[in-house]
Design a protein around this ligand. Sequence first.
Ligand SMILES: NC(=O)C1=CN([C@@H]2O[C@H](COP(=O)(O)OP(=O)(O)OC[C@H]3O[C@@H](n4cnc5c(N)ncnc54)[C@H](O)[C@@H]3O)[C@@H](O)[C@H]2O)C=CC1
Ligand SMILES: O=C(O)C1=NCCCC1
Length: 315
Amino acid sequence: MAGRPVIIWKQEVQRLLRYGELVPRLEDALGKFSRRDSAEVIQPVRCTVPLQKHHGFLGSMPTYMENDGVLCTKLVCFYQREAGSTLPATQATVMLLDPEVGNVKAVIDGDEITGMRTAAVSAISAKLLMCPGAEVLAILGTGQQALTHYNVFTDMFPFKEVRVWSRTRQGVERFCRSVSGPVTACVSVEEAVRGADAIVTVTRSTEPVLFGRWVKPGAHVAAVGACRPDWRELDDVLMKEAVVYSDSREGAMTESGDVILSGAEVFAELGDVINGTKPAHREKTTVFKSLGMGVEDAVSAKLIFDQWKAKGSRP
Ligand SMILES: NC(=O)C1=CN([C@@H]2O[C@H](COP(=O)(O)OP(=O)(O)OC[C@H]3O[C@@H](n4cnc5c(N)ncnc54)[C@H](O)[C@@H]3O)[C@@H](O)[C@H]2O)C=CC1
Ligand SMILES: O=C(O)C1=NCCCC1
């Protein structure tokens, strides 16, 4: 019989997961996903159950990577919170299973994984699609994802200025206090994004907050929020003018209001660019529409579990 699953809590995940190791594994996983070889990766579009009374959704994200011996699923609840709510926008748990026997090997806190792997994939999109010599980054939103995006973007790229905008002054002030590097607080989205080379949208908005008329031609946008078919963060002008990339074409066509409601075409997946089967249009305005994928959680969970076994849990 299989032993009991190990439980890996948030502090352990924070100790074990490092962008330097995570980013190359995510690039590899995105490439494998886009090859659509079912002997390599099986990852359906997220199955979502509405939690109508609570204005939320339960998402189930199973993934099997046969050659890597990884069987994993994430359960994530995400909500449309009232302005001012102190409850989290998302809560996640990741389970790593033994594909041969079927037992759960590890139950891992999913919040840190979701924060770090989402930001790391956005940074990969910028690595592939942002114009060379980018100097200004703008972040719209000041929650969990804003923080992980700030950390990995400033780690991977030499921005001269990072601007941040939130709906509330308190949100921006809290964010500025929580980051370890320089940041410029902005009072409007327009002020934050005018002239920016890279823009990250990490809000819970269900209406467009970023308008194409403010976006510098050639800028790269990583659009992370609005993960329901009737939710928006970007307007039609931006969606139609930009070359649109996504993590999963099927995911974008099923879950992204920005893609579905604007009628924009998804030009390529990030994995297609990584595999060299589609070009990276760095010279054009680009949008990476992120929905989040099970393969990203699966490689993160394997990395954490392998590290946990090698280094042991903290006494
Ligand atoms: N693409 C992906 O893989 C993932 C996407 N997400 C999505 O990313 C977004 C941000 O997530 P977290 O940072 O965890 O949430 P959070 O609740 O920590 O932060 C959300 C931010 O959005 C702001 N906000 C809320 N309503 C707004 C509105 N109507 N207009 C403008 N700003 C508004 C809040 O003030 C806050 O600054 C959410 O939409 C979430 O569902 C989260 C995880 C993974
Ligand atoms: O991939 C994820 O994890 C999520 N994506 C969309 C919103 C909630 C979490």
